[in-house]
Each structure stands twice: as structure tokens, then as C-alpha cells.
Ligand binder design. Structure first.
Ligand code: GLN
Length: 476
């Protein structure tokens, strides 16, 4: 992105030209990929023209002023339809911008449109989108991952230079891995959730998806920072990092948890991740075998808590305040018909599951138990970070699966095997490409850091990216 920013600054190219280029690319690829639910052509071109006018005055809002972006369709955009991939919100036009959207606009980024997702961000393939399934640009018969599959596919195929996604159990990292791009789930509280349509508020975070580590770090710096409108927003200072100037942190301890390399892991994924680990060792990192044995409980714990919170978050869609309303002769029937027709089956399944685990007779056995296990997972992760600086694992057990391959929800839930732990504990986690399998499909590697240690995560990712490219960066 630095190159594009430089060209803009030198007047070699205008924002209008850049935006038009991406719109052309969208027109060319969308029939094949389905990454967008809404393309805001007029809005993006108007913002580009305003950006060009600012540049002419010598008053760009930031170095990135005029470089466009795509935004996942569960993040509210003033005046632009925000559907969450659901019939329930098919015609919902927010009267306000999410905090992250305000920040993007303040930096001068035109918004190309809103990207496709699994309904209300529940899923790992975008097949649960009420509108259409996104296709993986590397192989159209395969899924791009989910729920931020539209954002990841759009970036991978060049329909947008970068995009925002959201991650509750893996929804930025898993699609980033499947599409061969970089995605970060930030530390919980580092990016404001104001204006993000809630799935599970104690787990949700908004984060960047980009083509390389440097761009992801820039986009993260644009959206990170405190916000009084999100009660869980941390007062932690915003994020700044000049990646190029940082030497490799020699002696850095990287934990490699055996539980993430066990049953279910494809041998090709394992090989690619192990190869990347040896590259890091060659750069001066110390690999430390560790154990994160509570990870076997991560998916169950995640699902219980996420469903409980979702059942509560989604109670607001009652046919009165937001979105769809199916008329009926009395209020209860209106309510039933609206929710019956507005929600797809996966969303209904989670609402029922969540209502069940929160019900008076089962609360202790399920919801409270899940919270206790969450505490145990937290304690174990905390102990691990007393011993090591980072933890590296595969992002997903396999590469992208075929559309229609996962026949039931339980199989789909296993996609989060390596990612849910970071959401349960609130730590930052980044996925980056680390190779291709024998079918040419991207393989993702996950770097997890301690709370608010995104700088170390990015730094190591940056060095690894260069090492994997066979880059000429000297060590130190
Ligand atoms: N795949 C997970 C789920 O279905 C994650 C979703 C997400 O992170 N938004 O719940």
C-alpha cells in the first residue's frame, strides 16, 4: 500500500482512477466470486472525488487518503444497507456509522461496498449467507472460509486492496487462511465494537484483512484505539509500528503447542507450518515445545457461550424496531412469523441452543460450566505466556473444503479448532499464508501473542513473510 500512497502523493495517480480500477475489477469478478452484497459505486466515486480535491489543496487526511476499502456487511455504514447476510436485515439502512467506519472516513478511505458473510457471522464457509455463497478465488468449487469470506475473497482476487472483517471464533483468520491473505483478530477491547452488529459481544472483534503483513498493520493502526461508546473498549493507546525499522527480536521464545499438531491436522498443513517454524529458528527465534491441553474444550466452550450470547443479542429482531416485519392479527403471531421467516436455519439452531443453555434448569450445567472452563483456559494461556513470547500453530486443520462438503453444523464447527482459544481468552491472533498444498490451495499459519502485544505479532509475521518469499532482508 505504501507504493500506492506514494503514487497518490506524487500526483501520478488519482483516487478516482484507483477506485474506478477496483470497481472495474469487481464488475469483472463478481459473477464468479460473490464477495459483495452491496457495491456502493456512487458513494465510492464521490468519496474519491472529495479525496482528489483535498489532495489538490495539499490537505490529505492521511497518507492513505483516497485508497479504498471493503467492509464486512455486519458493520454499520450510514446510508448504506447493512444486511448481516440475513433476510431479517435485507433492507436495513443504518442511520449511523460504526466507530471503525468513522475512523476509515477520517483517514479518507472511500468505501467500495459491503462484503458477504454467513448470516449474522455464524459459520465458517459463507454457505449460510441468506443471499449467495462466496467462492474461493483459488478454486471456485471451494469455500473461501467464513464468516468473513466475502472480505477475504475480495482482497485475494483484487476486488479491494484491503478489507475489514470480524472474528468471534475464527471468522477473520480462517477465511484469511483459506484465501491466502493476512488477517488479524486484535486483542479484545482494542478496536471499538460500536456499530458492529453483535453476535457474541464477549468474543467479537473487528480486524484487518490485507494482502501482506505490512498492509494489515497499517489498517490495524487506522482502527485501533479507545472509544467511550464501547463499554469494553480498552484505554490502551492506539497502535503505531514502523515494521521496516525493527530488527528480528533474537532469542524470542516461540511456543509450539503439541495439541495443535495432533489428530485431524492435514500432513501438508503440518509440513508447511513446521517449515515456517524452522525459518524462524534460523532467524534467531527459540522454539519451545509447550502444552495447551485445555484446547480440547475450546470449541464446546466457545459454542455454548457464543450461542448463549447470540440468543440474547438476536432478541432485538422483533419486527418492531429493526428490519423485517411480517404482519399478523396479533403481536405474538407477528413476532413468530417475523422471526420464523427472517432467520435462516443455522441462526435458529443457535438461538435455540443458546436459549436452552441459559434456561433456569440448565444454566448451571451448561452456561455456568462453560464460563468455568473459560476461566481454566484463560489461566492456562496466561501461564503459557509467562514462559514464551508468542505461540505459533496452524490456523486451520485443512485447506479450503468444497462447497457443500460439510453436511452438518457439527462438522462445520470443527473449523474453529485452532482459532476459538484466542477469542475465549481475548489475545491477539494473526493468520498469514505459509505455502500451498499439492492442489495449489493456500495454507495459513497462526501467530498468537499476549494481550496488547500486536506489535510483536506483526514484527515476527513480517520477518517470516520475507523469509518465506526468500527475501533479502538482512538479519538485524
Ligand atoms: N465459525 C464460528 C462460528 O460459526 C466463528 C464465527 C465468527 O467468528 N463470527 O461461530
Amino acid at each position: 500500500m505504501r507504493k500506492l500512497a506514494q503514487l497518490l502523493q506524487q500526483g501520478e495517480v488519482s483516487s478516482t482512477e484507483i477506485v474506478q480500477n477496483y470497481l472495474d475489477r469487481i464488475a469483472q469478478e463478481e459473477g464468479r466470486i460473490n464477495a459483495f452484497i452491496t457495491v456502493d459505486k456512487e458513494g465510492a466515486l464521490a468519496e474519491a472525488a472529495a479525496s482528489d480535491a483535498r489532495r489538490k489543496q495539499g490537505e490529505p487526511l492521511s497518507p492513505w487518503d483516497g485508497i479504498p476499502i471493503a467492509v464486512k456487511d455486519n458493520i454499520c455504514t450510514l446510508g448504506v444497507r447493512t444486511t448481516c447476510g440475513s433476510r431479517m436485515l435485507e433492507n436495513y439502512v443504518p442511520p449511523f456509522d460504526a466507530a471503525v467506519v468513522t475512523l476509515l472516513k477520517r483517514a479518507g478511505l472511500p468505501i467500495l461496498g459491503k462484503t458477504n458473510l454467513d448470516e449474522f457471522a455464524m459459520g465458517s464457509s459463507t454457505e449460510y449467507s441468506a443471499f449467495k455463497a462466496v467462492r474461493n478465488p483459488h478454486d471456485e468449487s471451494r469455500v473461501p472460509g467464513g464468516s468473513s469470506g466475502g472480505s477475504a475473497a475480495a482482497v485475494a482476487v483484487g476486488e479491494a486492496p484491503w478489507a475489514l472483517g470480524t472474528d468471534t471464533g475464527g471468522s477473520i483468520r480462517q477465511p484469511a487462511a483459506f484465501c491466502g491473505v493476512v488477517g488479524l483478530k486484535p486483542t479484545y477491547g482494542r478496536v471499538s465494537r460500536y456499530g458492529l452488529v453483535a453476535l457474541a459481544p464477549s468474543l467479537d472483534q473487528i480486524g484487518p484483512i490485507a494482502r501482506n503483513v505490512g498492509d494489515a498493520a497499517v489498517l490495524f493502526s487506522l482502527i485501533a484505539g479507545p472509544d467511550s461508546r464501547d463499554a469494553t473498549s480498552s484505554s490502551q493507546a492506539s497502535f503505531r509500528l514502523q515494521l521496516e525499522d525493527e530488527p528480528f527480536p533474537k532469542g524470542l521464545k516461540i511456543g509450539v503447542p503439541e495439541e495443535y499438531f495432533g489428530e485431524g491436522l492435514s500432513s501438508e498443513v503440518r509440513q508447511a507450518v513446521e517449515n515456517a517454524l524452522s525459518q524462524l529458528e534460523a532467524l534467531g527465534a527459540v522454539l519451545v515445545p509447550i502444552s495447551l491441553e485445555t484446547n480440547v474444550y475450546a470449541i464446546d466452550t466457545y459454542l455454548t457461550i457464543a450461542a448463549a450470547e447470540a440468543s440474547s443479542s438476536l432478541a432485538r429482531y422483533d419486527g418492531v424496531r429493526y428490519g423485517m416485519r411480517v404482519e399478523a392479527h396479533d403481536t405474538n403471531t407477528m413476532f413468530e412469523k417475523t422471526r420464523g421467516r427472517g432467520f435462516g436455519s443455522e441462526v435458529k439452531r443457535r438461538i435455540m441452543l443458546g436459549t436452552y443453555v441459559l434456561s433456569a434448569s440448565h444454566y448451571e450445567a451448561y452456561y455456568e460450566q462453560a464460563q468455568r472452563v473459560r476461566t481454566l483456559i484463560n489461566q492456562e494461556v496466561q501461564r503459557a505466556f509467562e514462559e514464551v513470547d508468542l505461540v505459533i500453530t496452524p490456523t486451520t486443520p485443512t485447506t479450503a473444503f468444497r462447497i457443500g462438503e460439510k453436511r452438518n453444523s457439527l462438522e462445520m464447527y470443527l473449523s474453529d479448532l485452532y482459532t476459538a482459544m484466542a477469542n475465549l481468552t481475548g489475545i491477539p491472533a494473526l493468520s498469514m499464508p505459509c505455502g500451498l498444498d499439492s492442489q495449489g490451495l493456500p495454507i495459513g499459519l497462526q501467530i498468537m501473542g499476549s494481550h496488547f502485544q500486536e506489535n510483536v505479532v506483526f514484527q515476527v509475521a513480517y520477518w517470516l513473510e520475507n523469509a518465506l518469499k526468500g527475501g533479502s532482508l538482512s538479519n538485524g
